[in-house]
Unconditional design. Structure first.
Length: 288
């Protein structure tokens, strides 16, 4: 049987409506939907324990929906075919998927191999899985501000404008201390962000780690540091093309299985868009 899992809070809270619309398109191509279920209140582990190898499950949503899924599935083995229909607003996970993962006529992607053995991050005494990356610094602060705006009822939220406003205004870049695979600590002053990446993209299309590949057995830490605010502002547009990495004096890059980052003052942090406030450190690593 074919199942569709949707997140009614996705797509600016149009998730259920959009899922129903796309389900009709799938049916028009011969992909029959046996059951449509909301992910929000679903016991994900129990659901997948009951699935058979011949079943197919399509998840509708974006990065937030996928973050919810991978942090609720636990260690349950997914035996059925799992697909993504990228109906979110950011879709950074989908940007990384290979052409051969796409089922052309249906507009869905096979994702089984991308949700197994995911990296973990320890933050403030808790452990989370992540698909794309960890944003720590001005990108985390941007997400904190966006959440405050959403809570206040604002709908048209421009992350670029928020970032520029923080950069040229109240954001004070901390000093970052970075350790990769337990090596010697690297101290970088004026750290605007210090990210640990499993994929190439985050933030709605920023190619922060252009050489990073999923399932490569490595993570990439990226730290933008050392410049003044104007110089850093001029560097930010390059993040969308991945050309910022050529600025080696301002961009620190290193790969490893374990990445530890500590700031000398609290900052916002985001995990695939999920926001934590008042963070001073994190540890991201690949499971043994």
């Amino acid at each position: 049987m074919n199942y569709l899992l949707y997140n009614e809070l996705a797509d600016a809270e149009e998730g259920a409506k959009n899922a129903a619309r796309v389900a009709e398109e799938l049916k028009a191509h011969g992909f029959e939907i046996g059951e449509m279920t909301s992910l929000i209140n679903l016991d994900v582990q129990d659901f997948f324990k009951k699935r058979k190898a011949e079943d197919k499950v399509v998840i509708f949503g974006g990065d937030g929906t996928m973050n919810h899924f991978v942090n609720n599935i636990g260690d349950v083995k997914i035996d059925c075919e799992l697909y993504l229909n990228p109906t979110g607003t950011g879709n950074d996970f989908q940007r990384d998927l290979a052409a051969e993962d796409k089922v052309e006529d249906l507009g869905i992607y096979r994702i089984n191999k991308y949700v197994e053995g995911l990296p973990l991050v320890e933050v403030k005494g808790k452990t989370y899985r992540f698909l794309n990356g960890i944003g720590f610094g001005i990108d985390g602060e941007c997400c904190v501000k966006a959440e405050e705006m959403k809570a206040a009822g604002e709908k048209n939220i421009n992350y670029g404008s928020i970032t520029v406003g923080l950069l040229m205004g109240p954001y004070v870049p901390p000093t970052a201390t970075i350790k990769v695979d337990g090596g010697e600590p690297i101290v970088l002053k004026k750290a605007y962000l210090a990210s640990a990446m499993n994929g190439r993209f985050y933030g709605g299309g920023m190619m922060i780690a252009p050489a990073q590949r999923r399932n490569s057995g490595k993570l990439t830490v990226v730290c933008i540091h050392g410049r003044g605010k104007i110089g850093t502002l001029l560097l930010f547009p390059k993040l969308f093309k991945g050309t910022h990495v050529a600025k080696k004096k301002a961009v620190f890059l290193q790969t490893g299985k374990t990445i530890e980052v500590e700031f000398d003052r609290p900052c916002g942090l985001q995990i695939d868009g999920e926001v934590l406030v008042g963070v001073t450190s994190y540890k991201a690593y690949l499971p043994e």
